[in-house]
Design a protein around this ligand. Structure first.
Ligand code: HEC
Length: 153
């Protein structure tokens, strides 16, 4: 009768032990900037879906674009606070960020610029232009920075 419960407890204990052994949760500034990045990822996914699959939401692209541009500008203004030297614990941030800080800052400036272009186009009603500006932002904004400054995994 009691056996299933015992097994359940055992499994739970093993899972808990496994969790302790796994990589720790990011904390503080690392947790914060990852949350910001994930927000950007969600906005980009929403835009992609609205422009390619669920066109009934295409009017929302302008507010997604506004969120992205606002976030990009905040990132630019707070870059040193978001990426304090050596903040690599439980993080995929590469040391290259601090070794080549000027390049990292330039990548952020480029991101802000492309986010601004995308927002401008998104305020119009040319879906093809939006798609082109969106692709450029993803590749040369997000992608370019991830390429040189983020660990692959
Ligand atoms: C200036 C550089 C830079 C730009 C621009 C940038 N990122 Fe990142 N991104 C990073 C770095 C560095 C990390 C790793 C952060 C960490 O793990 O501490 C990261 C991490 C991420 C992650 C992973 C979060 C997780 O779950 O671990 C996502 C998703 C992401 N970025 C999405 C985006 C999107 C979408 C854009 C563009 C709209 C973007 N990023 C623009 C540098 C950038």
């Amino acid at each position: 009768m009691h056996r299933p419960i015992t097994i359940a407890v055992l499994v739970a204990t093993l899972l808990a032990a496994g969790a302790v052994g796994a990589q720790e949760e990011p904390k503080g500034v690392v947790a914060y900037r990852i949350a910001v990045m994930r927000t950007l990822g969600a906005q980009m996914m929403a835009v992609k879906t609205a422009l390619t699959e669920s066109l009934e939401f295409v009017d929302n692209v302008k507010w997604h674009a506004a969120v992205i541009e606002d976030a990009a500008k905040a990132m630019q203004a707070q870059l040193e606070d978001l990426f304090p030297k050596g903040s690599t614990e439980n993080s995929r941030a590469l040391p290259t960020i601090w070794q080549k800080w000027d390049d990292f800052a330039a990548a952020t400036d480029r991101f802000v610029e492309l986010a601004g272009e995308f927002r401008k186009v998104a305020e119009g009603d040319d879906d093809q232009a939006m798609l082109a500006a969106f692709a450029k932002l993803g590749k040369k904004g997000c992608g370019a920075c991830h390429e040189g400054f983020r660990k692959k995994n």
